[in-house]
Design a protein around this ligand. Structure first.
Ligand code: FES
Length: 120
């Protein structure tokens, strides 16, 4: 079964065989409020969910236009992705993020993503 290793928090999550996993939703589902990948807009607009792909970039969905616009070519080359725009597909992935970055999420966005995480 493919695994997502959240290196910064030490959490590892198994993804059911044949399924894809939204990186941010998986993070929200398996971390408490202060842990996991930080986020704010969850729409590719703010860049708060910037995540370094340490291993397994070949198992991710293609880079989206929002990622090119928010991250730029240099950060993409260094292996960064926006977790809210990225799906894990069929292989092991390891990610890290800057713990000093804290998301400030509106109650509406938070409720939406927590509902997504419960249904994932
Ligand atoms: S949370 Fe804003 S870009 Fe991902």
């Amino acid at each position: 079964m493919p695994k997502i290793r959240f290196l910064t928090s030490g959490v590892t999550v198994e993804v059911p065989e044949g399924k894809e996993a939204h990186l941010l939703v998986t993070s929200i589902r398996h971390h408490d409020e202060d842990g996991g990948i930080p986020y704010r807009c969850s729409a590719g607009l703010c860049g708060t969910c910037r995540t370094k792909i340490e291993e397994g970039a070949e198992h991710l969905s293609p880079i989206r236009k929002a990622e090119v616009e928010r991250l730029g070519e240099e950060l993409l080359k260094q292996g960064y992705r926006l977790a809210c725009q990225t799906f894990v597909r069929g292989g092991d992935v390891a990610v890290s993020w800057n713990e000093a970055v804290k998301g400030k999420v509106s109650a509406k966005v938070k409720a939406h993503w927590e509902a997504q995480a419960r249904n994932a």
